[in-house]
Design a binder for this molecule. Structure first.
Ligand SMILES: Nc1nc2c(ncn2[C@@H]2O[C@H](COP(=O)(O)OP(=O)(O)OP(=O)(O)O)[C@@H](O)[C@H]2O)c(=O)[nH]1
Ligand SMILES: [Mg+2]
Length: 404
């Protein structure tokens, strides 16, 4: 049986521009490859870049498509260019070329490119099939695993249907024979969306509320199981005290017990900034927050009609997020192998890969048990907070476990 005819598993990685999607794809590829055992039958993990403007993607030489990986954990140099199995910008359509040729701006060109990809998706899938067929092929190898890297432009997830249509056709190939491939119908792909939100948004209440609402909207619009991730956690925890002794510990942002608690902080200085928590090294320094004139002006601003309308708007946004109850976050520093593993285990349950693996091992699959398996989210948060607490105490920014 050809690898391309098996059921594929994978992730569709989405998130705002710069949230760390491409870095995550590479980190996850390295992690899964190492878990699968690298080239010894454990390969078959492919990053597929569907970002027509991805400058950091570099197509992998064919001979290395399923090569060994020496990665026991992800160690990613900052701003490295990543080798991907398929790069749509070099194979099909490039946003920069489109801008030049069609006289479009960056966003218009990107939308054009995504629609072009949607129209030519059969060609993209054919190429992916070719790549997948070069991988390990004996029946005992795990099925191909694909990690799709998407652009971050928000309009692709708010009102444009391209990404959803592309994903739908990758998951469920059309049955009407419209595919150009002279082969039997592909079996389909079990995908889970992974939505990355930059963890530094946690320092700013309005930003975090907006990102949570957008995350709920992404989960609804993509019509896929969705795992939400707070990426670049190292930047957040090393930048603030990272402990639970503030109004909002990290577990508040991961579990989201009551988003509306942020409403009282809409006008606060960024949570976690020195102005808010106080800089322990500069305890005697004057803070503008203590200035009576500042406090008077702030109180006056909060009494304005604009302020009350703004609060009401954010209140509705919090209610929406809470009502749908679709959003909770997993913390992730992409250089921390354990954290990548935690994300993968949740993704495995969401796309069914975990059940498939148990079935392959001859274990009876208890679907309900798999789906309801306890995930120690609080333990995950405790681990990372302690780790970064130790790094801060050392005052060295990290040593071996330094973030990029
Ligand atoms: N400190 C830190 N930096 C990170 C992490 N993940 C990504 N970055 C950095 O964040 C920047 C953006 O990362 P990318 O992976 O290119 O983000 P992206 O979401 O793919 O960006 P676009 O494709 O432009 O939307 C790069 O400089 C990365 O090195 C992380 O976990 N920690
Ligand atoms: Mg990218």
């Amino acid at each position: 049986m050809r690898q391309s005819d098996r059921v594929w598993y994978g992730q569709a990685v989405v998130g705002l521009p710069g949230s760390g999607k491409s870095t995550y794809c590479e980190g996850m590829r390295q992690y899964i490859s190492s878990v699968r055992g690298g080239g010894g039958g454990g390969g078959g993990v492919y990053v597929i870049s569907l970002d027509p403007a991805n400058e950091r993607a570099r197509p992998l030489p064919a001979s290395h498509v399923d090569g060994d990986t020496d990665a026991a954990a992800a160690h990613l140099p900052p701003c490295a260019s990543f080798e991907v199995a398929y790069d749509v910008s070099s194979e099909l359509v490039d946003a920069r070329v489109t801008m030049d040729r069609m006289g479009l701006g960056p966003n218009g060109a990107l939308l054009y490119c995504m629609e072009y990809i949607e129209k030519n998706l059969d060609a993209v899938v054919d190429k992916i099939c070719e790549i997948v067929d070069t991988g390990p092929s004996d029946a005992s190898t795990p099925p191909p695993y694909l990690i799709f890297d998407f652009p971050g432009q928000i309009e692709l997830f708010t009102h444009n249907d391209c990404v959803r249509n592309i994903l739908r056709r990758i998951c469920d190939p059309p049955a009407d024979g419209s595919s150009s491939r002279p082969r039997p119908r592909r079996s389909g792909t079990r995908l889970c969306a992974v939505n990355l939100v930059d963890a530094t948004f946690c320092t700013d209440a309005p930003k975090f509320i907006a990102a949570s609402l957008l995350s709920a909207s992404v989960a609804i619009r993509l019509e896929l199981p969705c795992v939400h991730v707070l990426s670049k956690l190292d930047l957040l925890l090393l930048g603030m005290d990272g402990s639970g002794d503030t109004a909002f510990g990290l577990d508040f942002f991961t579990e989201l017990p009551d988003l509306a608690r942020l409403l009282d902080h809409l006008d606060s200085p960024p949570l976690g900034s020195d102005a808010d928590y106080g800089d322990p090294n500069a305890a005697d320094e004057f803070s503008y927050l203590d200035d009576p004139a500042y406090q008077k002006a702030r109180a006056a601003t909060q009494r304005t009609k604009f302020a009350s309308r703004r609060r009401a708007l954010h209140e509705r946004m919090c209610e929406l997020v809470d009502d749908f109850n679709l959003v909770s976050f997993l913390p992730l520093d992409v250089q921390d192998g354990e954290a990548v593993g935690r994300v993968l285990s949740r993704v495995d349950r969401a796309n069914g890969y975990g059940m498939m693996a148990r079935h392959a091992e001859g274990k009876l699959v208890d679907l309900w048990g798999c789906a309801a398996a306890e995930h120690d989210g609080a333990g995950a948060v405790r681990d990372v907070v302690e780790r970064y607490g130790r790094m801060r105490e050392r005052g060295d920014g990290g040593g071996d476990d330094a973030p990029p």
